[in-house]
Design a protein around this ligand. Structure first.
Ligand code: GDG
Length: 737
């Protein structure tokens, strides 16, 4: 209220000053005009009278002079007239000429200087203009004529101007003041104070109605903004409460699909999640009895499928199956899982040429060996790079199309196949929140520097808001690589890279599987699963891999050879089951590797095998997860010996399957998983002796130690499962706002 008075008073004072200033100038100029006019008129009168007085004065005709004076003095503005001789003595005076004027020094001054002289003077009848005119005879000054004219009317006019102006000002001030007061009070301050109150209420977390918010039209944009902020605040408060609640409630309980679903709902509300990867989670294949579907082998699918099942959304991936097109709609969409749909799979179609260049060529023959220290030389072909760029563009276009009606979508781009996608899509949709998760290792800066298109790849990746790796070491390598290749501001404290007004955060998120600690298998598997494969020994070891040179299968076989050679007592008592799912068979290196594995297994079998027993049992086909689980559970030892692996999920699957808390994991120190699975027997796969020793230790380990180690590993996989992985990823992404 005080402010309203203050503003109104201030504006009124300003108006009064302006009006006063203008009136002053008007009155002043009016006074100057009127005075000049009076002076002119007096001079004209004096000039005209002088002619008729000069000769009677020269002839001393006093009576005639007096009669002229009396006649003119009747004029209402003339205060009086007087005629004086050259000594200043009075010759004739009009009756009402004030006495003091007849003594005015102006008279003698005008005669002495022989010039007309006038000035304003104060007399008993008010202000007068006195004008003295020298009178001549034969060029001699013989006297002076004095004319006194009243100047009172000038003062009256000026006073009138001031009076009218002040009256007008008063009326204006009253009306403007009232109007201003009303405007400020009801149109501005009241809605503003309502708005302030509503913000205060929103801050307290109270519900604010439209009416309480104040809705004057000029405040509408502001109220809309504030209502948006208050909604966001409420959502954030809710999410924080939910999270705190969940944390309290489930401090000791693991992340599950239901908990993730609840979390996503609380955190993201209805913001949809888009997952983008090269490999699709379900492949449809033409068969004799129509299309059949299967889940392809691979870590990205194993990790992300349960997340998508829990959260819904859209998964964009390359449609690679022979029946993919026929089962999808015209847009390439299909609801999956096929037997119980929970999310949408949007397939991207690629030509043979694109697959050859983008997938087999640049992704798998250049980037894969570049990022893995497997001593396989990367092949950089310009043609492949061209296809890689083209297909990344195609994926980016598909994503943009998919999110065109979605506000602030969350896009989770997967892996090295799509490194250019983040920058490509961010260009058109800077509001999208984009994560790129790199599922394989990131090599040292020196190793990455051999890639001819390293800058383009890094620029593509840096389009993402968040880049995730499995381990801190890969994050460090990535930061060092960017520091050496790209002009940017690197913040090692927050692990962020700033470039062209865009910030990319780099964080480790160790991926995992959908293990929640509950029993993985409905029934305790009988040995039938093994026997059907022809494995019937007392001890069984298992290895499950895509047939890939990074997985260290040949190194493992060397270790097994060394084991049987050094521990012949295990001959016919121990069989190693290698499940080798066909992988990337269009690439010569992979075909050669598969051949070498087969040859090597056959050689070792020939070396140690007997009529009824083969030390190595190689299954060169793809198994379903349901088939794999009992085999994991029945195996006494699992050999995971990659020469380099981003994380490795097989090791975690083996641990998850062992609800008997038995079984021993032999794990390469060059896997990301070796940082998480502290109960494993760590080995250097390049050392066959080291691997053999670990196998022996595993098979002869006391049950107590086995249990202790397995328990530690199960707890760690359960506590950091893939539901938690995705929750952490989304939390990190949304906290970047
Ligand atoms: C990449 C990174 C990272 C294997 N054979 C069959 C089959 N598999 C499944 C396994 C497991 C998955 O494939 C393999 O996962 P990995 O993690 O061991 O390895 P990559 O495929 O190379 O995965 C890796 C992973 O991404 C996740 O980020 O851990 O480091 O290289 O789930 O069970 N699945 C089926 N049939 C098989 O014959 N269905």
């Amino acid at each position: 209220m005080r402010l309203v008075f203050l503003i109104t008073g201030g504006i009124m004072v300003a108006i009064a000053l302006i009006v006063g200033g203008f009136t002053f100038f008007q009155a002043n100029s009016e006074e100057l005009n009127l005075s000049a006019d009076l002076q002119y008129r007096t001079r004209v009168l004096a000039d005209s009278l002088a002619g008729s007085i000069e000769s009677p004065l020269a002839n001393h005709a006093i009576t005639s002079i007096q009669s002229v004076v009396d006649r003119i003095a009747q004029n209402e503005r003339v205060v009086g007239l007087g005629v004086f001789d050259s000594t200043g003595a009075v010759i004739a005076l009009s009756s009402d000429l004030p006495q003091d004027i007849s003594r005015n020094p102006l008279i003698t001054k005008s005669m002495d200087s022989d010039t007309q002289t006038g000035s304003f003077a104060q007399s008993a009848s008010g202000r007068v203009y006195v004008f003295a005119n020298p009178l001549h005879y034969e060029n001699q000054v013989i006297g002076a004529l004095v004319v006194a004219q009243s100047a009172n009317y000038i003062d009256a006019t000026i006073w009138g101007i001031w009076r009218d102006s002040m009256l007008r000002l008063l009326v204006q001030l009253i009306f403007i003041g009232l109007a201003l007061f009303a405007l400020l009070r009801w149109v501005i301050f009241k809605p503003l104070s309502k708005l302030t109150e509503s913000i205060r209420a929103a801050r307290r977390g109270d519900i604010v109605t439209e009416d309480e918010r104040g809705s004057h039209s000029f405040l509408r944009p502001l109220t809309n903004e504030i209502s948006e902020i208050s909604t966001n605040l409420k959502q954030a408060r809710f999410a924080a409460r939910e999270e705190a609640r969940m944390r309290l409630e489930k401090l000791d309980s693991p992340w599950t699909a239901a908990r993730l679903k609840e979390f996503i709902h609380a955190y993201l509300k209805n913001r949809p999640i888009i997952v983008v990867s090269n490999r699709e989670p379900y492949v449809h294949t033409k068969g004799k009895n129509g299309a059949t579907w299967s889940v392809p082998a691979g870590g990205v699918i194993t990790a992300l499928e349960p997340v998508m099942e829990a959260c819904g959304g859209t998964w964009i991936a390359h449609g690679s199956g022979t029946a993919d097109k026929s089962v999808a709609d015209s847009e390439g969409r299909i609801a999956v899982p096929p037997d119980e749909p929970k999310y949408t799979l949007k397939r991207v179609w690629l030509t043979e040429k694109e697959i050859k260049g983008y997938l087999d060529g640049f992704s798998n023959e250049a980037l894969w060996p570049l990022c893995h220290m497997a001593h396989t030389r990367p092949l950089f072909r310009t043609e492949d790079w061209g296809q890689y760029r083209k297909v990344n563009g195609l994926f980016a276009k598909t994503i943009l199309n998919e999110i065109k009606h979605v506000e602030r979508p969350i896009v989770l781009v997967q892996d090295y196949h799509l490194s250019l996608v983040p920058a490509m899509m961010k260009k058109s949709r800077p509001d999208a929140q984009v994560v790129l998760f790199w599922h394989i290792p990131w090599p040292s800066a020196a190793q990455f520097s051999i890639c001819p298109w390293r800058k383009e790849i890094l620029e593509g990746i840096l389009g993402a808001d968040l880049v995730g790796f499995h381990t801190q070491q890969y994050c460090n390598n990535f930061m060092d690589t960017v520091a050496g290749e790209i002009e940017s501001r690197i913040d090692y404290e927050h692990f962020s890279i700033a470039r062209n007004d865009h910030q990319t955060y780099v964080k480790p998120f160790p991926i995992s599987i959908a293990f929640t600690g509950s029993t993985e298998l409905k029934d305790i598997p009988d040995r039938g699963a093994l026997e059907r494969l022809g494995v019937g020994t007392e001890f069984v070891g298992i290895g499950v891999e895509r047939l890939d040179y990074t997985k260290g299968i040949l190194e493992r076989l060397k270790g097994l050879e060394f084991f049987f050679a050094s521990h012949p007592e295990f001959k016919e008592r121990f069989t190693f089951l290698q499940i080798a799912s066909p992988s990337r068979e269009t690439i010569a290196k992979y075909r050669e590797y598969a051949e070498s594995v087969k040859t090597e297994a056959a050689r070792i079998n020939a070396l140690f095998g007997t009529r009824d027993w083969k030390p190595i049992h190689l299954e060169h086909r793809t198994f379903s997860h349901a088939e794999l689980k009992p085999l994991y559970r029945l195996a006494h030892v699992c050999l995971v010996t990659p020469v380099h692996d981003g994380m490795n999920l097989v090791s975690k699957e083996y641990v998850a399957a062992h609800d008997d808390e038995s079984g021993v994991l032999v794990l390469s120190q060059f896997t990301g998983a070796s940082r998480d699975l502290k109960g494993a027997l760590l080995i250097n796969p390049y050392s066959a002796e080291n691997t053999a020793e670990a196998i022996f230790k595993a098979l002869t380990m006391s049950p107590t130690e086995r249990h202790r180690r397995m328990k530690t590993m199960r707890n760690s996989v359960r506590d950091y499962n893939v539901y938690r992985w995705s929750a952490e990823l989304i939390k990190a992404l949304t906290h970047l706002d």
